[in-house]
Design a protein around this ligand. Sequence first.
Ligand SMILES: Nc1ncnc2c1ncn2[C@@H]1O[C@H](COP(=O)(O)OP(=O)(O)OP(=O)(O)O)[C@@H](O)[C@H]1O
Ligand SMILES: [Mg+2]
Length: 414
Amino acid sequence: MAEIANPFRPGAGHYPPYLAGRDPEIEYFGKLLEQGPILENLVLTGLRGVGKTVLLDTFKPRAVGSGWLWAGADLSESSSVSESSLATRVLADLAVLTSGISVAPDRGASFGFAGELRPSDLAGSRLGYQTLVRIHNQTPGLASDRLKGVLELAWPHLARRGRRGVVFAYDEAQNLSDHAGKDEYPLAMLLDVFQSLQRKGLPLMLVLTGLPTLFPKLVEARTFSERMFHVMFLSRLNPAHSRKAVVKPIEDAAGPVRFDDASVDTICRVSGGYPYFIQFICREAFDVWIQRRPDDDMPSVPVDAIFRKLDSDFFSGRWAQATDRQRTLLRVIASLPGADDEFTVRQIVEASKRGDVTAKPFSGSHVHQMLASLIAAGLVYRNRHGRYSFAVPLLADYIRRQDAPLDGVEPPRA
Ligand SMILES: Nc1ncnc2c1ncn2[C@@H]1O[C@H](COP(=O)(O)OP(=O)(O)OP(=O)(O)O)[C@@H](O)[C@H]1O
Ligand SMILES: [Mg+2]
């Protein structure tokens, strides 16, 4: 028998065989592309593995199809650490769009460009990365003035090519942070630059994607972020969309494998509707199904075995990064009735006093401090009402599984 290709794609940023349940978000993004002056930018946020990156990937061709240019990248920690490293990032992304353009003799200062660089200095040069950096470095003022200077100079050249605007799209933008101690404010710089250029009517739109810590960070850096961004919070798929995410790829593959109804129900239920888990469980289940023989009576979806694999592939790396004391705190949180939803410092303190998880209760200030480091590690986030939630879906279940008696291989007896 020819090998039957498994259509499912668990993995960060791997495009799913069928993108389920995101039509409202795609439609909303279409409306953002229709804006004249830019009044709304976009924050695309949600828990780990909920589908932010792949949704961002679907936005790009739509934007380009509507006459926009698209610039962007993943914001690694190193590119977000300082104002100059973030400016370098933005210039590098812009240069991809502008490097083919040469500056006409009379166009060096289309937008009141005022620096030591005279318009004639630029005439005839191409707006490649080096030129952009030169303009940046020779524009007087603060870091934000310099970046603004480059964007203001570059935009008219792009506009003359009939482009409607530029979308600057940054994934993993929760890595952006201001560091008062080091006097570095990259996040505030980015927000200032786009807000100011948009007020002047430049169609440069920001799309930032990241974990739920992202939006509170933006607001903390600049309160005007509240008005500047529309926040799309991607949630788990509802049961109907989960079903489609499971069934459609198999139908489209038109191969011999079909999950029966009970199996589809099981997958939808145990995945919680979280896209990464759907892909993961379906991929495993598919492999089991293609190896099944008609007389086999093994379970159609071996949930326990799949979850053991999921635990080691997805959760255990994150768990391993936590210190012993952090794990104790996470266990206390997992014991709360609201662990899957939201919880407060006070609830954690109270639960730790009960003594069923730890003999050493946590104080309020200690919990505050530890939650801050768990937020930095991307395990927890704080919502706008000051309550906390896990940033990793189904993490509480995983923690409870760790503490459940092992029913696996027994250690040898002495
Ligand atoms: N709407 C969807 N329908 C079906 N599968 C999806 C959907 N969205 C995402 N997936 C799948 O879920 C997995 C995670 O997607 P993605 O990497 O985009 O998530 P993410 O939110 O960016 O995660 P992270 O927080 O780790 O960056 C991928 O395997 C992808 O194929
Ligand atoms: Mg992602």
